[in-house]
Design a protein around this ligand. Structure first.
Ligand code: FES
Length: 187
């Protein structure tokens, strides 16, 4: 008999595609990596494994981890350069872009992937992603429409009431394109 109390990670990761993947009314049409009708047991699962090989440059997917959205954004070279060029001293929550990244299996940072918990650090709304339009905020990162917080593409707060950068979850690269969220690499 199947053990229903401990679903495997693969069981509850559903990689959706196409029209069924839109999240939220009026939100940008994100591809969605989601769990389907999670049980309480699943919600409590500590880690999720994600294959991110299908994300295209300039695109974002949203996973759910412990009931929270997690943004996985594949940044363009121009976006990475813009994030690197920011004067950290000018930031409210001072972090370099590199400090918000982790290395891949080869030990080098993977600046193309920005992984952040998609919960505004003001009062918890889910910020909007639209890198090509002001709906994504003045810094073309994310914009929280609840009270007007603007984040850059590194998830750093740049304008508005949010006090902190978007939180980076614990995660590590199992391979170049497979992440495990909820656990850090053992080094
Ligand atoms: S909850 Fe995001 S700005 Fe208030």
């Amino acid at each position: 008999m199947a053990d229903t109390t401990e679903p495997t990670r693969r069981d509850f990761i559903h990689i959706a595609s196409g029209a069924a993947s839109v999240v939220g009314v009026g939100f940008f049409a994100w591809p969605l990596i989601d769990q389907m009708n999670p049980s309480a047991d699943t919600m409590a699962l500590a880690t999720i494994e994600l294959d991110i090989s299908n994300i295209e440059e300039g695109q974002q997917v949203v996973a759910k981890w412990q009931g929270k959205p997690v943004f996985i954004r594949y940044r363009t070279p121009a976006e990475i350069a813009a994030a690197d060029a920011v004067d950290v001293a000018s930031l409210r929550d001072k972090q370099t872009d590199d400090e918000r990244l982790i290395p891949g299996p080869d030990g080098k940072l993977k600046p193309q992937y920005l992984v952040a918990i998609g919960v505004c650090t003001h009062l918890g709304c889910v910020p909007l992603f639209d890198p090509n339009d002001e709906k994504g905020g003045e810094y073309r990162g994310w914009f929280c429409p609840c009270h007007g917080s603007h984040y850059d593409n590194s998830g750093r707060i740049r304008k508005g009431p949010a006090p902190k950068n978007l939180e980076i979850p614990p995660y590590w690269y199992i391979t170049d394109t497979v992440l495990e969220i909820g656990k850090e690499a053992v080094v």
